[in-house]
Design a protein around this ligand. Structure first.
Ligand SMILES: Cc1ncc(COP(=O)(O)O)c(C=O)c1O
Length: 381
C-alpha cells in the first residue's frame, strides 16, 4: 500500500466516526510535548499553589486582554462572584443578567448575596439593550453582561443606558480573544471574568478562571478575596474564599495561550465554511457577527424548526450537536422564585430552537460537510 492509499484509508475510516461537538484530544496532541514539560517543572519545583507559573500566566493574560490586572481564580463562577464582591455588591443590591446564559452567571450573583433580575436577549443572543433599560431600577447596582457564544456584547450601547452608579461586569467566559471595535474581550466594564473550563477557547486541564480589571484597588480586593481574605499568610482582613488558580493549570494555560490566536482563526474559518454550506436553507437561521465585532466562535449556534427531532436525528447520524442552553434561567427549578419574570420572550422562544453544531480548532471540511448534510437531510424529513 502506498502512503497515499494509507492516508485515504485513514480518512475514510474517519468518515465513519462520530463528529464530536468539541475535540479536546486533538487540541492536546498539538501541544502535548510542551505541556508535559511545563507541568513537570511545577511538580519538580513543588510550586503547586500560587507559584511563579500563576504570576507569569496572569501577566500574559492581562497583556492579551489589554488590561493591567489579571487575577487567576479557581473557576469562572467564582470569578464573577469575586468581581461582584470586590465591587462592593451584595445584600440588598439588584444585579441584572441576561436570561439566556449558563447557570453560573446567575449562581454567582445569588452567591454574592444580591438579588437577581433577568433581562431578555436580542436576535444576536446578546443582552437586549431595550430590555435592560426596562429592568433598571433605583436598586440596580450592577449588570453582568455575557459575551455569549464568542462575541462581545454591545457595551457602548449598554453604557449609554445604565446610570453611572451601575457597575458593568463583563462575563467573558466564552469570548477569549474576541474584540469589539478593536477593544479586547475581557477588558470591558469595571471588571471582567472568564472561565478556563476545558471546553473553552482557552481551556485548562481542569477548573480555572480569572478576573481582569483596569482598577488597581478592585484588583487588590480580588487578590485578597481569592486567598482567604488576606494577601499575607494568616492575616485575614475580610471574609474570603479558597479560589486560587492552580500552578499546574497556569502552566497549561500559558502554553495554550500562545496557540489561541491560531486556534481562534481556525474557528473563524470553520464558521465561514458552515455559512457556505448552510446559507441556501430557508429553514436555518444562521448566527451573525455583530457590526464592529471580531467573533471567536466558542459555539456555532443555528436555529431550526422541530429542534429536538433534528437533534435526535443528528445524533443517530453520528453528529454530536448540543443546546446552549435548553432553558432560560427563570425556567430552571433552582431559580423558581424568578419563574414569574416577564418580558423574556426571545430567551424563551430561542431555547426551543437553538442548536450548537460541532466547532473546534482542527475540525475538517469533511466533518463539517457531514454535519451540514445530516442537518439538511433532517430538515427535509
Ligand atoms: C457564560 C459563562 N459564564 C460563566 C461560566 C462559569 O465558568 P466555570 O464553569 O469555570 O465556573 C461559564 C462556563 O461554563 C460560562 O459559559
Amino acid at each position: 500500500m502506498t502512503s497515499r492509499t494509507v492516508a485515504a484509508t485513514i480518512e475514510r475510516a474517519g468518515d465513519q466516526l462520530p463528529v464530536p461537538l468539541v475535540d479536546l484530544g486533538l487540541q492536546h496532541r498539538r501541544v502535548a510535548h510542551k505541556i508535559f514539560e511545563q507541568v513537570a517543572q511545577v511538580i519538580e519545583t513543588t510550586s503547586f499553589v500560587l507559584g511563579p507559573q500563576v504570576a507569569a500566566f496572569e501577566q500574559a493574560y492581562a497583556a492579551f486582554c489589554g488590561v493591567p490586572h489579571c487575577i487567576g481564580v479557581g473557576n469562572g463562577t467564582d470569578a464573577i462572584e469575586l468581581a461582584l464582591r470586590a465591587a462592593g455588591i451584595g445584600s440588598g443590591d439588584e444585579v441584572i443578567i441576561p436570561a439566556n446564559t449558563f447557570v453560573a452567571t446567575a449562581e454567582a450573583v445569588v452567591r454574592a448575596g444580591a438579588s437577581l433580575v433577568l433581562a431578555d436577549c436580542d436576535a444576536d443572543y446578546l443582552l437586549d439593550v431595550a430590555s435592560l433599560a426596562d429592568k433598571v431600577t433605583t436598586r440596580t447596582r450592577a449588570v453582568v453582561v455575557v459575551d455569549l457564544y464568542g462575541q462581545p456584547a454591545k457595551f457602548e450601547q449598554i453604557a449609554n443606558i445604565v446610570p453611572e452608579s451601575v457597575a458593568v461586569i463583563e462575563d467573558a467566559a466564552q469570548s477569549q480573544g474576541a474584540a469589539r471595535r478593536g477593544q479586547m474581550a475581557g477588558s470591558f466594564g469595571i471588571a471582567a471574568s472568564t472561565s478556563f473550563y476545558p471546553g473553552k477557547n482557552l481551556g485548562a486541564y481542569g477548573d480555572a478562571g480569572a478576573v481582569m480589571t483596569h482598577d488597581d484597588q478592585l484588583a487588590g480586593r480580588v487578590q485578597q478575596l481569592r486567598n482567604h481574605g488576606g494577601k499575607q499568610r494568616y492575616e485575614h482582613v475580610v471574609l474570603g474564599a479558597n479560589s486560587r488558580l492552580d500552578s499546574i493549570q497556569a502552566a497549561v494555560l500559558s502554553v495554550k495561550l500562545s496557540e489561541l490566536p491560531e486556534w481562534n482563526r481556525e474557528r473563524q474559518v470553520a464558521a465561514e465554511i458552515y455559512e457556505d454550506l448552510l446559507a441556501a436553507s430557508e429553514e436555518i437561521v444562521l448566527p451573525r457577527i455583530v457590526d464592529g465585532n471580531c467573533h471567536v466562535w466558542h459555539l456555532y449556534v443555528v436555529r431550526v424548526p422541530e429542534r429536538d427531532r433534528v437533534l435526535a436525528e443528528l445524533e443517530a447520524d453520528g453528529i454530536r450537536a448540543g443546546i446552549h442552553y435548553p432553558r432560560p434561567i427563570h425556567q430552571l427549578p433552582a431559580f423558581a422564585p424568578l419563574a414569574t419574570s416577564t418580558g423574556l420572550s426571545n430567551s424563551e422562544r430561542f431555547a426551543d430552537e437553538i442548536l450548537s453544531l460541532p466547532i473546534f480548532p482542527g475540525i475538517t471540511t469533511n466533518q463539517q460537510e457531514r454535519v451540514a448534510d445530516a442537518l439538511l437531510r433532517a430538515l427535509c424529513r
